[in-house]
Design a binder for this molecule. Structure first.
Ligand code: ADP
Ligand code: MG
Length: 761
């Protein structure tokens, strides 16, 4: 029996999902698989685990597991459910990649989908669980898709063993055909239960014109206007990333300052009537709650591109920019004049914000102020903020993109989908009729894709294939993906993994057809198992796995960390605003060029090329204590260097847990590698980047002058070049490996290091 507080009980009764408790629980009893659809805010995440608990799904040996694609949801939902059930966090707990509060008494466990995938690697039948809820399935994150595929097989196995298990897939949209109509996944279509949410009408206002670059300025202006002219009600602003969120927060706070303890004169706003009850409810728990919340450890930054929500992956980059920077910033030109008579209570919201900060959005704003939450995509479906009446939507989203030619992946801000834009608009109509301001024209909206594509179709899959092979799923092609990746992507992944030695070679004999088959079902090798445990993509994992030789590990870790962080040098080639700046830039360029020569070393170490420069830069920066001053003086991006530092720590831990006997540690006074270590490092780099080998064009091949000083690669018909800023520009070794090819004025190789001709296979 659950002993809920009366006010909690009262609030629960108002959630649409509560009316469906009987229907849901009956469906779960009768079926192994159930799909539940309901608008954001209808109570799926907070209530369904409670239904299951009360129906006894956690009273035997098994517990209730809930997966979330985002860490922020796993942490905050576990706290919310514990509170609603009046149970301790020993019983209702969470686990995200590196931290959690799970105990042996835990009955309901919220976790990220990556965590559950790792658990499947340890116990394929997931015997600790009696039921798994896959939440936010509409987000179609790679891990969500894979988990659903795996569980479609695990659940029948459990049933056969007489240890029955249930799977509930929850989605905020009705678009679930990829799960329900996929016979390979579920031979018998699972029942779909729809929860009708109470949704008030939302008037959608389009912009006449669409700002193409300064949309965050437009967001700011629109928010100011709403706050000045429209009746009370919270404002929710959608932007794409942490940096933008902070900038807009700062500008809004400056325009409508709110001082703690200072109540606005005259027309102080009352909270809207509909939410006053909620406000009372929230007030009671307020302070006590926030104090006990754990902090998400920013040191646990993951380099793995397949972890949690996209914005997480640029973790930590902007965290140092807290809200208190606002005092030092010079006012910008088109800034609103500060108006303290209209205080706005501005809160940021994004995945890696500390839980204390996140929890603030659920509490009522101070009396006399209006709540304004400036959020990333995380507020689209994962979290429901009470009292929102206005939504300001920039119409964009930040996602990782992958370039098939160069193999480069990058974060890009792009238009969102119509489905997402409508989800965002819906946030305005939870408590009363609302308004959504779209900062783009209706014509532009018409051009949006209808739905966001499943993540799995948008990126290379070698890391995923390796993870699956680590689960002993050898025939990845036959895996019941809700949406399969392309056959080419799977073949390319398998080939790369075989060449890295992560998978066993396919047999060379037999018929063509059989060979084709074998080529796509290579089992994982012991090396592959070690690689699968490192949180970097397989090429870099291979380097880490080889790092033990000649005490090279600390160097390999530092180089891999530096290679996986983009743009560690400042862009000093940018156009200058005036002559003064121009001469300063020239000075700094000269300084950076000098430092690069210094970091590249001499003699043998020079042949490690650009990677030696990275290693030298990391070493020198750490030696100097990784200060903003050092970075500024030497042309390094401070934020990149911080990120490298975090990654080094993380990779060091990962390596130690695979081979504890080496006992590596992060040494901030790391001596430069010896000559023989440099040779060893070059071989390790070649082993990881072997498919990125380039050969310098010979004199006799120079039919076309464009091949002068050019390099030939297996994949490209055109020559690629060593960039003038590269440490190897003057050397032009016969063979090199490169990290990636970037096309600017020419096709330039980045991250080049020299390969001895006799090493070339
Ligand atoms: P769904 O999963 O269907 O989107 P939720 O179960 O997340 O819905 O939310 C149901 C209700 O609980 C929402 O109205 C939301 O405002 C409220 N709620 C969720 N988390 C919290 C919290 N930490 N504090 C206060 N209210 C919350
Ligand atoms: Mg939810």
């Amino acid at each position: 029996p659950v002993d809920r507080l009366p006010e909690i009980q009262e609030a629960r009764l108002r959630l649409p999902v509560l009316a469906e408790e009987q229907v849901i629980m009956e469906a779960v009893r009768e079926n192994s698989f159930v799909v539940l659809c309901g608008e954001t805010g209808s109570g799926k995440t907070t209530q369904v685990p409670q239904f299951l608990y009360e129906a006894g799904y956690a009273s035997g040996s098994g517990i209730i597991g809930v997966t979330e694609p985002r860490r922020v949801a796993a942490v905050s939902m576990s706290h919310r459910v514990a509170k609603e059930m009046n149970l301790s966090t020993r019983l209702v707990s969470y686990q995200i990649r590196y931290e959690g509060n799970v105990t042996s008494d835990t009955k309901i466990k919220f976790m990220t989908d990556g965590v559950l995938l790792k658990e499947i690697q340890k116990d394929f039948l997931l015997q600790r669980y009696s039921v798994i809820i896959i939440d936010e399935a509409h987000e179609r994150s790679v891990y969500t898709d894979i988990l659903i595929g795996l569980l479609s097989r695990i659940v029948p196995l459990r049933n056969k063993k007489g240890l029955p298990m249930k799977l509930i897939v929850m989605s905020a949209t009705l678009r679930v055909e990829d799960f329900t109509e996929n016979r390979k996944l579920f031979p018998v279509p699972p029942p779909v239960i729809k929860v009708e949410a109470r949704q008030f009408p939302v008037s959608v206002h389009f912009n006449k014109r669409t700002p193409l670059d300064d949309y965050s300025g437009e967001v700011f202006q629109k928010t100011c206007k709403i706050h000045r002219m429209l009746p009370p009600g919270g404002i929710l602003v959608f932007l794409t990333g942490q940096a933008e969120v902070h900038t807009v927060c700062r500008r809004l706070r400056r325009a409508f300052p709110y001082r703690r303890g200072h109540v606005a004169n005259g027309e102080g706003e009352e909270a809207p009537a509909d939410t006053s009850e909620e406000i009372r409810r929230f007030k009671k728990a307020k302070q006590k709650k926030t104090a006990s919340l754990p902090r998400i450890d920013l040191d646990n930054y993951s380099a793995l591109p397949v972890d949690e929500g996209d914005e997480d992956r640029q973790a930590g980059i902007d965290d140092e920019e807290g809200s208190d920077l606002e005092l030092d910033d010079p006012p910008e030109d088109n800034e609103e004049k500060a108006d303290p008579s209209l205080p706005l209570y501005v809160l940021p919201l994004y995945s890696l914000l500390s839980p204390e900060q996140q929890a603030k959005v659920f509490q009522p704003p101070p009396p006399g102020t209006r709540l304004c939450v400036v959020a990333t995509n995380v507020a689209e479906t994962s979290l429901t903020i009470p009292g929102i009446k206005y939504v300001v939507d920039c119409g964009r989203v930040k996602k990782r993109f992958y370039d098939r030619v160069t193999g480069v992946s990058s974060f890009m801000v792009n238009w969102t989908s119509q489905a997402s834009a409508n989800q965002r608009a819906g946030r305005a109509g939870r408590t009363e009729p609302g308004h959504c301001y779209r900062l783009y024209s209706s014509a532009v909206f018409g051009e949006f894709s209808l739905f966001s594509e499943a993540e799995i179709t948008r990126r290379p899959v070698e890391d995923l294939v390796l993870q699956m092979k680590d689960l002993n799923i050898d025939k990845v092609v036959n895996f019941p993906f809700p949406t399969p990746p392309s056959a080419e992507a799977l073949v390319a992944a398998e080939q790369l993994l075989v060449s890295l030695g992560a998978l066993e070679e396919p047999p060379r004999s037999g018929r063509v057809k059989e060979m084709e088959q074998a080529r796509l079902s290579c089992p994982i090798s012991p090396l592959g198992r070690a690689m699968a445990s490192f949180p970097v993509s397989p090429r870099y994992a291979k380097m880490l796995a080889l790092g033990k030789q000649q005490d090279c590990l600390p160097y390999v870790i530092a180089v891999v960390a530096a290679m996986t962080v983009r743009e560690i040098f400042e862009d000093l080639d940018r156009p200058a605003a005036n002559e003064d700046e121009s001469s300063k830039l020239a000075q700094r360029r000269a300084r950076l060029a000098q430092m690069r020569r210094l970091w590249a070393g001499q003699g043998a170490s020079l042949l490690l090329g650009d990677l030696m420069v990275l290693l030298g830069a990391v070493g020198a920066c750490e030696f100097a204590g990784c200060t903003p001053k050092f970075c500024e003086e030497n042309g390094l991006r401070y934020k990149a260097m911080l990120e490298i530092r975090r990654l080094r720590g993380q990779l060091t831990n990962a390596v130690n847990s695979v081979c504890p006997e080496v006992g590596v540690f992060v040494d901030c006074k790391m001596a430069p590698p010896t000559e023989s270590q440099v040779v060893c490092l070059r071989q390790i780099v070649l082993a990881g980047l072997g498919d990125h080998l380039a050969r310098r064009v010979q004199q006799e091949e120079l039919l076309d002058p464009k091949w002068r000083n050019g390099y030939k690669t297996p994949l490209l018909d055109e020559p690629v070049y060593i960039h003038p800023s590269s440490a190897l520009f003057k050397t032009l070794p016969q063979f090199v490996v490169y990290q990636e090819v970037l096309e600017t004025t020419k096709m330039y190789m980045k991250g080049v290091s020299a390969v001895e001709p006799e090493w070339v296979p």
